[in-house]
Design a protein around this ligand. Sequence first.
Ligand code: ZN
Length: 316
Amino acid sequence: MPRTISILLLAVLSLTAQEFKRSQDETLGNEMAEEIRVLIIDGQNNHGWAGTTKAMKATLEATRRFSVTVSTSPGKKGTKEQWAAWRPAFKDHQVVVGNYNGQPWPDAVNNAYLAFVADGGGAVNVHAANNSFTNWKEWNKLIALGWRGPKFGDRVTVNDKTGAQIRTLKGKGPGAGHGRQHVFLVTVRAKEHPIMKGLPTWWKHAKDELYHGQRGPGQDMQILSSAWSDPKSGGTGDHEPITWVVPHGKGNVVTTVLGHHWGGQKDFDALHCVGFQTILARACEWAATGKVTIQVPKGFPTDKATSISAPGEISW
Ligand code: ZN
């Protein structure tokens, strides 16, 4: 075949392939919308923050709905100059994922974060992110409940039968903790919330820490899911909140206590749970846009079986 013809043929074929891809995307309802800009904040955490960021970035990118940037704070030995130079570009993004549990941020960063959310930006805080910033009053409002002692504030659990919130006052009952890592059943409490819509009411989460006794102002929170904390695993015997949302100005803050991963831990069960990945992706989309277009993937866990997949193996 003459060279020019084969080049032309190639061009036509590749155009056709693109057309096919596009029409397939339209059929699937993935209108090729602009990617949602996500900023993950890490740099300090008693957990394996580098591995956690890597896993979450891979999950978000695998959905083809997000472009992900990471801003890593100075470490514990960061100099004054390094902290003065660290200014995450919240405003260039639509949603900020918190994977940070460490020393307080500079006031300028705190203020920029609050302004970002108040102006309509989304925030999604994962696992130990709610352990941080005990003395930052506004932060405690945004997360509603954090890893704090019993005297810090109220505790909120869920009545399994009615789904109603149960408030335990400051000073009474257990403070923050968790039992042994184990597989546990998550109960969806807000079935019509866009993040939860279409999920099975009960699904088995892969081995993780089940946080209990979280404390804080606990105001304006909508609990999207909970899990029964089994005393046999060192839990409380109560239905502890797992994922919840709190509005702030024009923005929304999603907190999920799922997603434990130690530095050096070999498995990624909690982060590679298809349930966790679905919640993460949908929470980011919802917090950024107010809508969820990401479908529940095939292979989502059931009430009988966990489901663990590396991010690239899930077809979204
Ligand atoms: Zn943990």
